[in-house]
Ligand binder design. Sequence first.
Ligand SMILES: [Ca+2]
Ligand SMILES: [Ca+2]
Ligand SMILES: [Ca+2]
Ligand SMILES: [Ca+2]
Length: 362
Amino acid sequence: MSRLWVLCIVVVLVSGVLQAQVLREFPVCVQEGISSAQADISGDIVVWSDSRNATGILSDDLYGKNLATGQEFLVCSAPYAQTLPAISGDIVVWEDNRNWTTDWSDIYGRNLSTGEELLISTGSHFEMKPDVSGNIVVWEDNRNFAATYTDIYGKNLSTGEEFLICGATGDQRKPAICGNYVVWEDNRTSNTDIYCKNLLTGEEFPICAAEGLQKTPAISGNLVVWEDNRSPVAYQIHGYDISTGQEFVISPGLDSRHDPAVSGDLVVWEDNRNYSTSGANDIFGVDLSTGEEFYVCIADNFQYSPAVDGDIVVWTDQRDSVLNDIYGAEVPEPVTLSLLVVGAVALLKRKRKSCGIRRRRK
Ligand SMILES: [Ca+2]
Ligand SMILES: [Ca+2]
Ligand SMILES: [Ca+2]
Ligand SMILES: [Ca+2]
């Protein structure tokens, strides 16, 4: 048997072990009688919406945790509800209802390094579901609802300039941004597609305008992912590489997959494949560099709304009760570990790209 065959067999055996390897899971925020949900992550910082100070409905606040130090901190406790936080580096943005009686929802933010609160967009209409990448914040905005329904707006935090990203007819919703690319769910043709705008060139183009519904896009680098029900049986996870123009199926299956998140080669989503036996969903993922699909969390009851940055996945978890908690898991890097085991290159580590800052767990 040649050395090459021995090496191949060793790698296959090691890969089999790695597939069975359990991810390192950890609680981020678990409080009895309190709901913590809607987590996002950038680097070591996780942020979420939290009911610990709530005195009634619509009064959640925002909290954060530094995973490197274990320190938890308050992000915003203004009146009424602060929800749906998104984070990129030091900038956290969210949907804010403090001016609910006059302005409906607005977009606020905080610079975690300076402590400064950022008033991003207010007005007597809805601003919703923000995302942030670097200095650019994007959100759903219905100021022109009578003419064009919901549109996508953005703001450059460096210049203070607010600008229209897409004002097409029909609803444009759920924007996500990475670098110069903004993607969103677009209902201009009534069967919901995924569109993209390059903020550098101003060019707008469809990512996927197939039959059926394409929804909940996420983006990292040139990779866009979404849930897609063109199949008559279930929502599946699809992807599109902007640099090659290639679309591909990431996770097919007869049980629905929803709400994907992406960082570099790592894609995660809500997954119903075990619903018939467990009565609830789980979080699954795939490393696109190896094609290896794996479970991130198959705990009891519902896990949903995953977010990922680098090797860390966070999600909302109902394993203990219908009151949500936040859990996280570190995804091992199969290629790195394989090389370590066969003793080929002990120090070679494959880095995953993320949209925000690059990171590795210590
Ligand atoms: Ca408003
Ligand atoms: Ca519109
Ligand atoms: Ca469609
Ligand atoms: Ca579950």
